[in-house]
Design a protein around this ligand. Sequence first.
Ligand SMILES: C=CC1=C(C)c2cc3[nH]c(cc4nc(cc5[nH]c(cc1n2)c(C)c5CCC(=O)O)C(CCC(=O)O)=C4C)c(C)c3C=C
Ligand code: FE2
Length: 423
Amino acid sequence: MCPQESRGGGGLSRRGLFTAAGAGGIGLAAGAAGAFAAGRERSSPVNDVVPLYGAHQAGITTEAQDHMHTAAFDLTASTRQSVISLLRDWTEAAEAMTAGRDVGATGASGGAYDAPPEDTGEAQDLHAAHLTITFGFGRTLFEKDGEDRYGVRSRLPAALIDLPLFSGDALEPNRTGGDLMVQACADDPQVAVHAVRNLSRIAFGRARVRWSQLGFGRTASTSTGQVTPRNLFGFKDGTANIMAQDRDLLDKHVWVGGSPAAEAWLDGGTYAVMRRIRMHVETWDRTTLREQELVVGRTKRKGAPLSGGDEFTAPDFSLPGRNGPLIDAGSHLALAHPDHNGGVHMLRRGYNYADGTDDLGRFDAGQFFVAYLVDPRSHYVPMQSAMAKNDLMAEYLRHTGSGLFAVPPGIQAGEYIGQPLFS
Ligand SMILES: C=CC1=C(C)c2cc3[nH]c(cc4nc(cc5[nH]c(cc1n2)c(C)c5CCC(=O)O)C(CCC(=O)O)=C4C)c(C)c3C=C
Ligand SMILES: [Fe+2]
């Protein structure tokens, strides 16, 4: 695991910064001073800062936190310079918030009495909570209605396609697309919401929120140190995920590299596929345990493949049962497995969501599916096409929102997110 991506990777809480600064840490002293100006004193020292800087953006291989708030934005900026200034301002704010500080020099309550505060304030007294903020660029940033709005059309990556409409999709326009994407993940929901809200406030006059989604209860592990969580069908989800420790799989299936010159700005980055998938939990809850396990291809209790063993045993798709293979060829496991998808893997990092009820009293609940992968044309579209047609799980699912974003590489101090694209 890259140190810069590890959870709490050497980061310090604001109280920790004071201590280290007192011990002679010059760089840290500057951070502590900033924190003090922003007025975020906290009660106890904790080590819950995930550094913003690194080769890759944080929030991808970082151990999946418990909560998520994601938003997509439509740009209203009329110039390229205005987009750059927004990205600069967002980077500065992200650096402060992920370090557990308020936004701006005066923060939530240290500024002029007759001016709006620089920070909205709801994260005062809260820890950094492993906050990560991951940024992405939608296809419409590069080209919209045939127009090269910000002079970056020539740098549009070939893989940043318009995703095709899949069988059974019921996409809602106001939950789909977007020029920019911001994914905030944290172990405290209020910290994640605070981050997106402040970025939205900063964007005023340059970009406005197109859609946003709250998520809870991660539906994947991204580190071998994490316990596999459960989704709203009650099954373990994320067992066979790419983990932060799988360096070779990450290099092959997640990180973009060796791009042609026009796309080289994305090297070290990745693509984020986001799908808001409603799960018909009422129907699922009236389905027998036998049927549920048949659909998933794994046991509900342990998450073991139906061919036997424990959670991490490799599935055997040819092992026969009384009426055909023990793992049904139409099961989600069979359709998603690399053996049936040309060997592709993806890093899943989704969250459960529950957004109230519809007019029939049914829960609008499901999974906000997020996957990071090297190329959606090879690593997502074929699998989703097959699932939409043949996955036994499909009858319990409805895709209501969608987004595909190019996620630029990480940055160093002094740079802004996506800088190579505009250089
Ligand atoms: C196109 C990609 C995928 C979508 C969309 C998707 C939706 C989805 N998945 C579950 C539940 C489970 N998925 C599991 C495994 C799994 N799913 C995908 C891909 C998509 N899932 C992959 C690549 C894999 C791993 C396959 C493998 O290598 O074995 C599992 C099993 C446990 C696990 O390994 O994670 C469950 C359970 C839901 C509920 C859902 C939509 C709401
Ligand atoms: Fe899945």
